[in-house]
Design a protein around this ligand. Structure first.
Ligand code: NI
Length: 200
C-alpha cells in the first residue's frame, strides 16, 4: 500500500471509529438526547397491560401526564437489579415533592417466580411509590419487546435453579408515554435525579 493510500485508509478508519464512538456514547446513555424518540432508529416504549404488587391491572396509559421511570429486572437478581432500584429510590428522594410527577415502575422478566406476593414483598425494600409489575409470560414478553429489553433465563447448578440475563437500562418516558432518555444501571442517583429534573 502506498503511503498516500495508507493515509487515506487511516483517515477512513478514524472516521468510522468516530461514528461508532458517537453511536456508543448515545446508546449507552452517556449522551443526552432530549426529546429524542428513538435510539439508533429504534422506537422504545409502548403499551403494556400488567398486574401490580396489589393485584391491580395497570396499563401504560394509566400514567399519561406523569413521567415514567421504567426498569426491567427480577427479584432474584443478585446484584444489578437491587442496586439499580436503590438508585431509583435515592433519585426519587432527591427530587423531593416533585417526585410525585414521576412514576417509578419495575417490571419483572421472571414472571414464573415473580408472583404478585413476591413482587409485593420485594417492592417494600424500595421507594414506597414503586409499582412492581408482573404478568403472564406473554404479557411480560410483549412489554419487554416494546422497550427493546433482552432477557434470557440461564440454567444454574440445581435442577430448578436459574438466573435471568437481562438488559438493565432505566428508561425515562414522557408525559405522553414516549421515550425521553435512558440511563445505564451504574448511573448515580444525583445524576439520575438531575436528568429527570430537566423534564419536570
Ligand atoms: Ni438484574
Amino acid at each position: 500500500m502506498s503511503p498516500a493510500a495508507r493515509r487515506g485508509l487511516i483517515i477512513f478508519l478514524a472516521g468510522v471509529a468516530l461514528i461508532l464512538g458517537a453511536f456508543a456514547f448515545d446508546y449507552w446513555g452517556l449522551g443526552d438526547r432530549a426529546g429524542s424518540r428513538e435510539v439508533a432508529g429504534v422506537s422504545i416504549g409502548g403499551p403494556f397491560t400488567l398486574t401490580d404488587q396489589n393485584g391491580d391491572i395497570r396499563h401504560d396509559s394509566d400514567f399519561r401526564g406523569k413521567l415514567m421511570l421504567v426498569y426491567f429486572g427480577y427479584t432474584y437478581c443478585p446484584d444489578v437489579c437491587p442496586a439499580t432500584l436503590n438508585t431509583m429510590t435515592a433519585a426519587m428522594d432527591k427530587l423531593g415533592a416533585s417526585a410525585t410527577a414521576v412514576q417509578p415502575i419495575f417490571i419483572t422478566v421472571d414472571p414464573a417466580r415473580d408472583t404478585v406476593p413476591q413482587m409485593k414483598s420485594y417492592a417494600a425494600n424500595f421507594t414506597p411509590r414503586l409499582l412492581a409489575l408482573t404478568g403472564t409470560p406473554a404479557e411480560i414478553a410483549a412489554a419487554a419487546k416494546a422497550y427493546r429489553v433482552y432477557f434470557q433465563p440461564v440454567k444454574g447448578e440445581g435442577a430448578d435453579d436459574y438466573s435471568v440475563d437481562h438488559s438493565a437500562f432505566v428508561y425515562l418516558m414522557g408525559r405522553d408515554g414516549r421515550y425521553l432518555a435512558h440511563f445505564a444501571p451504574d448511573i448515580g442517583a444525583d445524576q439520575m435525579a438531575a436528568a429527570i429534573k430537566k423534564y419536570l
